[in-house]
Write a protein that binds this ligand. Structure first.
Ligand SMILES: NC(=O)c1ccc[n+]([C@@H]2O[C@H](COP(=O)([O-])OP(=O)(O)OC[C@H]3O[C@@H](n4cnc5c(N)ncnc54)[C@H](OP(=O)(O)O)[C@@H]3O)[C@@H](O)[C@H]2O)c1
Length: 262
């Protein structure tokens, strides 16, 4: 299938590793040039260095921390260096720490609002006018299965991602007629550094090995395994593509059947 993505330019935030990098790679494989971002130039350069030779020229980066006040302008300026515009925005951020909802620290919640919600909304709003004027745009946001079925021990993630989801759904209804689609990706358990860290934390809490925790987790997934980042990236690339032009305002699960509800 031709996704019609050759010559487009994407900004993929939080893309030095994991899901963000997998999305960026899948977009590049479709001929899209991509600006990736993260907090460390060294990690971003390492990510670009491990790309296949044919994709590397399609990728540049911006070092930008979502915790910094000037992050949105920095990202936009960096992303526009190549073609002057951003056709595809992929909002991906780091995830918050686990813990009990009954013991959540409101200051931690507020700080993560500042890195996971506020800059995502600001970035989206700043890139939107150009997409609407062009009558073409794609806004994808990486959330979590927790927006459908809240995940125990991840109260900050569950609450803040629900907020982003509601915003994106509202926005989708306003911009569909301008050719801009707005969708949210809900990963279940995809094998990345973040999943490994969460499993390690759960193992410590339960006095079990990481493999015991991972096996118990796999047992709850109908597919019987964690997803591969490339499977996640491919879904995102499809949603960014031309054939997905009638999909908007949706939350797409990439979860091997893990979420129990319809
Ligand atoms: N993997 C899953 O199964 C899964 C499931 C549900 C939800 N999620 C969520 O999906 C997102 C991506 O997951 P992942 O597994 O790919 O996580 P990951 O491997 O930890 O990657 C997170 C990315 O975000 C960047 N990042 C973190 N904090 C940042 C900040 N303050 N400013 C700018 N960039 C920042 C990281 O780069 P630097 O460290 O280099 O800055 C990295 O590129 C996370 O929010 C995660 O919680 C993942």
């Amino acid at each position: 299938m031709n996704l019609g993505l050759t010559g487009k330019h994407a900004l993929v935030t939080g893309a030095s590793s994991g899901l963000g990098l997998a999305i960026a790679t899948a977009l590049m494989a479709e001929g899209t040039s991509v600006t990736i971002s993260g907090r460390s130039a060294a990690r971003l350069e390492a990510a670009i260095a491990q790309l296949p030779d044919a994709l590397r020229p399609l990728c540049d980066y911006v070092e930008a921390d979502f915790a910094d006040p000037g992050v949105v302008d920095l990202l936009i300026e960096g992303a526009r260096r190549r073609t002057g515009q951003v056709d595809i925005l992929v909002n991906n951020t780091g995830g918050p720490p686990p813990g009990l909802a009954s013991a959540v620290d409101p200051d931690v919640m507020a700080a993560h609002y500042g890195t996971m919600v506020d800059p995502v909304i600001r970035l989206t709003l700043k890139l939107l006018p150009q997409m609407r004027a062009a009558k073409w745009g794609r806004i994808l946001t990486v959330a979590s299965s927790g927006v459908v079925q809240p995940i125990p021990h991840l109260p900050v993630s569950n609450a803040l991602r629900a907020s982003v989801l509601a915003f994106m759904k509202t926005l989708a209804g306003e911009v569909a007629r301008d050719g801009v689609t707005v969708n949210v990706l809900a990963p279940g358990r995809i094998g990345t550094a973040r999943t490994q860290a969460l499993d390690a934390g759960a193992a410590e809490r339960a006095g079990k090995t990481v493999e015991e925790i991972a096996a118990a987790s796999r047992a709850t997934i109908p597919a019987g395994r964690y997803g591969a980042p490339a499977e996640f990236g491919a879904t995102a690339a499809f949603l960014a593509g031309q054939p997905a032009s009638y999909i908007t305002g949706s939350t797409i699960r990439i979860d091997g059947g893990m979420i129990r509800s319809v």
